[in-house]
Structure formats: C-alpha cells, structure tokens
Design a protein around this ligand. Structure first.
Ligand code: 4AD
Ligand code: MG
Length: 485
C-alpha cells in the first residue's frame, strides 16, 4: 500500500501477461543468503516482512520460513515501466506473498552478504494489512499471537520456535538411531491405561456418542487415546533390546497450567538387559546433552532469539546444564531437604506424598540449578509396572523423575517389574490381571530385567529455550476448554 500510494508503477495491477522468460532457478531465502557468488536468473518466493520506499529505490524484506534472516530485495523504480507482472498482480504490502525474479548480488550493507536485485515482482497473494493481526516490525508478545494459531507461524518468534522444534525432533531421532535403538510406531488408539491414572480420552464413533450406547463399541472393547507408548515398547524391547518411540500422547488432565497440555509429544525409550537405574539415567542425561548441543549448533540464530528477547537468563542456565553432571538424590532425601527448608510450601512435604511443582523447583535450586534425578519413590505413589525395591517400612519402587530448572519434571522412568510373581500379585490386587494377560506373558516367555523412560518434548523445548508457557512451544496447543482449528 505504501508503495502504491507513492506511485510505484511496478506494483500496479496489469492486464497483460508477462513475456515468456527463461526458467529462473528457484532458491530458498536461506540458500540465497548463503550464496558466495552473484548469480542471474534467480527466483525467490516468500512473504513480505517489510516494505520501505526511498527516493530512488524500493526495499523489501522477504521470508519463506527457511531462516530467521530475511532476504533484502532491491527494486529500481524503472522496473515498473518495462514489466507487466501478472494477472494476479496486486498491491505489494506487508504480509503479501510474492515471487521475485532477478539477480543475486553482493550487498553493499555490512549486515548481509547477498541481496536480490529485482527484475520482476509478482504479488501472488495480497494481504489486507489493516485486518492482518500481525503488524510490520512489531515484536508481538507470545500471549498476543497465541490468539491466532493459524497466523502466528508468520511471526519471527513462532517461526524460530518451529524450526528449533523440527531440528530437535531430528536430533532426538539421530541420537537413538546412532546408539542402536529401533524406532517403533506405537499405537495412538489403545485399550490400556498405562499410567493407571484414569486421565484418558475415550474413543467412540459419533453414532455411539449420540446413542451413548456402551455395548456396541467400534472395537468391541472400550478404546482410548494413548497416555504413553511404554507398554507397547516393552513388547518390542523383548525382541530388539533397545527401542524408542516419539509421538503424540493424550492426557485428560483438567489443568490450565504452564506445563500441561491435553495433547503433547513424548519421547520414550525402553532398554532390555538393564538392571540398574544408573543405566537409564545415563541415557536420559546423554539424550538431553547430545540433542541440545545438536540443536544449538544447527540453529544458533533461532535459539539466540529466545535467549535474547524471551528469556535472557536461559543461555547461562543452559550452559551450566550442559557442562555439569546431573545430580542424583533419593525421594526420601528430597523429603528431608524439603522439611528442613526455610521456605513455607502450600503443600506440606511428607514422606508418601507426591512432590508438587513448588517442591520440585525448590529441590532443583537447592541442588545448584542443575538437572536433578530423584529416585526410589514410594510404592503406593507410582504405577503398577515399576519394580519393587523390597525395602522395608518405607516401601519404594525403582522410579526416576528428572527435574530441571524452571520447569520441574521433564522425564519420568523406572526399572520395570520383570518378575512374574511380583507383577502378577500387583495386577491381581488392582483387579487388572485379566486385562493384562498379555503383559504377564512377557514375564513368562523370556523375561529380562529392563527399564525405560519418557521425556515430554514440549517441556524439553521450554527448558532449552526458556519459554514460560507450554502453549507457545507446540504448533496447535490443545488444553482443557480450548481446541482451536
Ligand atoms: O511421567 P510420565 O507420566 O511417564 C510416563 O508416561 C511413562 N510411561 C513414560 C515411560 O517410562 N516410557 O510422563 C513422561 C513425561 C513427563 O515427565 C512430562 O515431561 C511429560 O511426559 N508430560 C506432559 N507434558 C505435557 N503435558 C502433560 N499433560 C504431560 N504429562 C506428562
Ligand atoms: Mg511422571
């Protein structure tokens, strides 16, 4: 609009088709910025991030999601007299989609190496800047852009986040593949409640829902969205020894907290022939450190944006997390530390009670703001599959939670109960022995000591980037009372 107002003829709608041109080489913005030599016949497509008109030149910045940095396009006003751009040519504004063809040349500006000298500019999708909720050159707060899940990816912060998320996904897959794990697609629809916490979304067809019939289940049995792929991974660990899965997970937790979603991604690993919690903790620590180092080296600018503008203290914190060894304490020690704390907690710490977020944060601080393993939790607090430590009046299981600065619980894991009599009697007491016959079979046919863990992927991203609210690290957040799009 700005350009149109100032009379750039190149930007006007034009009735004639452009003359046939030799096919230009299509480049992503990232490739164009990284080019070493000038090149003619280049085409770049993207969305306009800024338009600036000077006396004799029009500057555009365009972005196609391939990098945080925009490509500067320089257009000569005489361009408009020589070119009829397209049937679709519309005003060139912030937010519009464009294709620019021209020459890639060395930029005279210090801040960038290459810029595109436009020969044609085609506006492929105009944008009504007045109605568009994102505004040129504004750093919108995360809470503001959260209202527009369909548009916020065109904002710098969210596009950086999504590139980091993509690199982190790849880094996690590489970590496991390089360490000999087999990737398993565990099912999303399941008939078990792995965690036994009853936070399940039940699946029924729309007809069933209408008739609220309990008899005619689509699968003949009640079915749910998975809360964890662990039990299916345990099946596979009985053949492959080292397996992992990384997929969507669902919890009907009625929580509006900054750490909970109804749909989140979980990375889970299961290791056979493992007798000590230490082995599992080592994998957790290695995964965290290796994946994070990879992300830092693959997309430093995107990570920097968070460390500079969103969470300035996070860079130093993360460096400490990567440099120092993670600390380990037992649950019983944790309760003693909490009892002796000068701080008063909303929930009074008692042996046998779950650790609350306030407790987790205190413990991490107390132990030097580094990731902290808390191990050996009370038997009665944890799910049926955890291995009994057979340890007297303060009866515990071989559980591990990994707590990290600023977030609290990042990973949960355990050794699994591989001994048939133990698991059988526990399932019987819970009235689950019939439903879990197949699980008991795993203990009858070649059972081995094994264990594993799950890491919340969104909490991992919050931890490395310093993002306070989990809703800002997933493309389309789902939580109680909200399922937009
Ligand atoms: O501790 P959790 O419940 O462990 C399990 O589900 C195990 N079966 C995993 C395993 O051993 N294979 O969940 C694992 C992690 C948590 O530590 C947390 O980071 C994340 O998943 N998580 C959530 N993240 C976002 N929103 C929620 N509602 C979450 N619930 C758990
Ligand atoms: Mg847990």
């Amino acid at each position: 609009m700005l350009a149109a107002r100032r009379g750039w003829r190149v930007l006007r709608r034009c009735a004639a088709l452009p003359p046939a041109r030799a096919a230009a080489t299509r480049l992503r913005v990232r490739q164009a910025l990284a080019a070493r030599e000038p090149a003619g016949g280049v085409a770049v497509q993207g969305w306009v991030r800024s338009v600036r008109s000077q006396k004799e030149v029009l500057f555009l910045h365009i972005n196609d999601g391939s990098s945080l940095e925009n490509l500067q396009v320089v257009a000569d006003p005489s361009l408009g007299t020589s070119l009829c751009c397209s049937w679709f040519l519309r005003d060139l504004t912030f937010g519009s989609a464009v294709e620019v063809q021209g020459k890639l040349v060395k930029s005279p500006h210090r801040m960038q190496s290459m810029e595109l000298k436009a020969e044609t500019i085609r506006v492929m999708g105009p944008c009504d800047t007045w109605a568009f909720p994102l505004k040129m050159k504004e750093r919108h707060p995360l809470e503001y852009v959260r209202q527009f899940p369909h548009l916020r990816c065109r904002n710098n912060t969210l596009s950086s986040l999504l590139r980091v998320r993509s690199e982190a996904t790849a880094a996690i897959h590489s970590f496991f593949q390089e360490n000999g794990y087999v990737h398993i697609h565990t099912p999303i629809i399941t008939s078990n409640d792995c965690e036994g916490a009853g936070e399940l979304f039940q699946i029924e067809t729309s007809n069933e829902a209408r008739e609220s019939g309990e008899k005619n289940h689509f699968f003949d049995v009640p079915a749910f969205l998975t809360v964890s792929g662990q039990l299916h991974l345990e099946v596979m660990a009985g053949a492959f020894t080292h397996v992992f899965t990384f997929g969507p997970t669902f919890r009907a937790e009625n929580s509006q907290s900054r750490r909970h979603l109804a749909e989140f991604y979980m990375v889970e690993a299961e290791l056979s022939f493992t007798e000590s919690l230490q082995d599992i903790m080592q994998v957790m620590e290695d995964l965290f450190k290796t994946a994070t180092s990879t992300v830092l080296s693959k997309c430093p600018h995107d990570v920097d944006l968070f460390h500079k503008y969103i969470a300035p203290a996070q860079k130093g914190r993360l460096e400490q997390m990567l440099k120092k060894r993670f600390v380990t304490i037992s649950y019983s020690e944790a309760v003693e530390i909490l009892k002796q704390a000068s701080q008063t907690f909303t929930f009074k710490p008692e042996w046998g009670c779950d650790l609350q977020t306030e407790h987790e944060k205190y413990l991490v601080k107390h132990c030097g703001e580094v990731p902290l393993f808390v191990i050996n939790y009370p038997y009665d607090l944890k799910p049926f599959y955890m291995r009994d430590n057979e340890d007297g009046p303060q009866h515990t299981v071989a559980a591990i939670d990994l707590l990290v600065p600023g977030i609290g619980e990042l990973c949960g894991g355990s050794l699994r109960e591989e001994r048939l009599p133990f698991i059988e009697s526990r399932l019987q007491r819970l009235g689950l022995a019939d439903a879990y016959q197949w699980y008991l079979d795993l203990r009858k046919f070649g059972s081995v000591p094994h264990g594993g863990f799950g890491m919340g992927f969104e909490r991992y991203l919050q931890c490395i980037l310093g993002v306070d609210n989990i809703k800002d690290v997933i493309p389309f957040p789902r939580f109680s009372h909200s399922c937009l799009l």
